[in-house]
Design a protein around this ligand. Structure first.
Ligand code: GLP
Length: 239
């Protein structure tokens, strides 16, 4: 694992974005995995700025989001469809038609169709990841199997509490989601894990230095051949 620590989120974002932009420069049809959450927002914005400054043609870049709540309409501003369009597609300057997001309607076959779409695209070149306070990746909560695939999952209580800030009341947070599995995520050829702030310090330390256990899904990252952690000093403070 490569661990890059930065004194500011702005520097972190520029460096992480630089890796994505380099990839797109090499392959105009690059496939990028997109995470939601606050952690990657600055990275997407820096990616967009760097691409514009370099005059990079991003019209062929394809994207796959990690996850979506079950039961929110794609037009709902709290849905990950909306978040990905706002933060990733608009931030990085991507073609929205080439960015796919898991279907949170609960339709049968949605998970299998998503896996197939990733395979049809040739797999994910570079996957952006955040990390939950409980060490989750996407919505793979503690206990998720390392070889899990895209599926519907129940959210952990800690995740519902953390994500309640985006809803009026904690009771409004969906209790289920559809997420790429850990097995799906780990097939990406490169992983960029973004963690910012002291609230992530314990999860980062557990993932990087703690016991490898299914109770901390991010502790499985160390088995991947090409992982880059981009963390600020606060998130690195438990290392
Ligand atoms: C959500 C998402 C995760 C994300 C996590 C952390 O639960 N499903 O993919 O990594 O939140 O979010 P944040 O970056 O806002 O801390």
């Amino acid at each position: 694992m490569h661990i890059h620590v930065f004194s500011s989120e702005a520097e972190l974002a520029e460096a992480a974005a630089g890796r994505i932009v380099d990839r797109v420069r090499q392959d105009a049809g690059a496939v990028v995995g997109l995470a939601t959450g606050s952690s990657p927002v600055a990275v997407y914005a820096a990616w967009g700025r760097q691409a514009r400054a370099a005059g990079l043609d991003q019209s062929g870049v394809r994207g796959f989001a990690l996850d979506e709540y079950l039961g929110l309409e794609p037009e709902d501003p709290r849905s990950y469809h909306a978040v990905i369009r706002r933060d990733a597609v608009a931030g990085a300057g991507l073609d929205a038609d080439l960015v796919r997001i898991p279907d949170g309607s609960g339709a049968p076959g949605a998970a299998e169709a998503y896996e197939q779409a990733i395979r049809d695209a040739g797999g994910i070149d570079v996957q952006v990841l955040g990390i939950g306070r409980n060490g989750h990746l996407g919505f793979n909560e503690p206990g998720a199997a390392a070889d899990s695939r895209t599926r519907v999952v129940e959210l952990a209580e800690a995740t519902i509490e953390d994500n309640a800030r985006f809803f009026e009341r904690a009771d409004d947070v969906p209790t289920e989601a559809i997420t790429q599995g850990l097995g799906t995520i780990f097939e990406a050829r490169e992983l960029l894990v973004i963690a910012v702030g002291a609230a992530k310090a314990a999860a980062v330390a557990a993932a990087i230095e703690g016991e490898e256990t299914e109770l901390v899904p991010a502790s499985r990252l160390r088995n991947h051949a090409n992982v880059h952690w981009f963390i600020d000093e606060a998130a690195a403070s438990g290392l």
